[in-house]
Design a protein around this ligand. Sequence first.
Ligand SMILES: Cc1cc2nc3c(=O)[nH]c(=O)nc-3n(C[C@H](O)[C@H](O)[C@H](O)COP(=O)(O)O)c2cc1C
Length: 239
Amino acid sequence: MTLKEAIDVRHSRRSYTPKRLSGQVIHTLTNIIDEANREHLHIQLITEGEKAFSSLLKTYGLFSGVHTYLAMVGPKDDPQAQQLLGYYGELLILTASQHGLSSCWVGATFDQGNTRADIAPGEQLYCLITLGYAKDHTSLGEKLALSMKGRPHTAEQIMEYRGTGPAPQWFMDGIRAVLKAPSARNRLPVHFTLKHGIVTAACIPNGGYEYIDLGIALLHFEIGADYIFYPLRTRHSNK
Ligand SMILES: Cc1cc2nc3c(=O)[nH]c(=O)nc-3n(C[C@H](O)[C@H](O)[C@H](O)COP(=O)(O)O)c2cc1C
């Protein structure tokens, strides 16, 4: 499965079987984590982390069976770090999807005091990403989350093309991939503009998650459009 195909199959899952991640999957994810952490991030793969999701009160009953998650830690109050956490977190999610895993970004509905993340002074835990093999059936908690998802977004809401005629195919391919990106409360608070062949992207406030949402959207755009926002970063050739 390519990363483009992974974008099509990914959607948040919140109910997991006890099956653990294989050593090979952990190795693949750890390589990406090491690459991300060279950019002053402190992403950690936590196994046996049930406690962060065992409080019904803190999870609102949305999650069940969570044992493995990524702790998305980085420099405190740092929008650039948040954007990178979004970008690399989503790359980890799509790579996990290629290996048959399901996932969910979690900014709020977990027990902050019961995570096993290592948070150094000057750092902040921004989010978790649950990872695991999803149950076949949709749980009650997942049905609740789906009912809160709202309407799908449209291309017009998130793009502007400043040129003559229709927007080029590659730009529209990028926008279509962004429309499939996860975002906090499914708000998709991002906007892409194409002018003189250059794409710019911006975000509007979304409960403090907007820079993470933007980083996620940038990765989706790069994969959908074969466009590079970060020329110096290692490219992920498996489009
Ligand atoms: C930064 C961020 C924070 C999120 N926080 C939560 C959360 O606290 N609880 C939850 O159940 N889902 C959370 N989500 C998942 C979104 O609700 C979900 O991605 C969105 O509804 C779109 O659904 P999809 O991922 O199935 O496409 C979060 C997503 C993002 C990107």
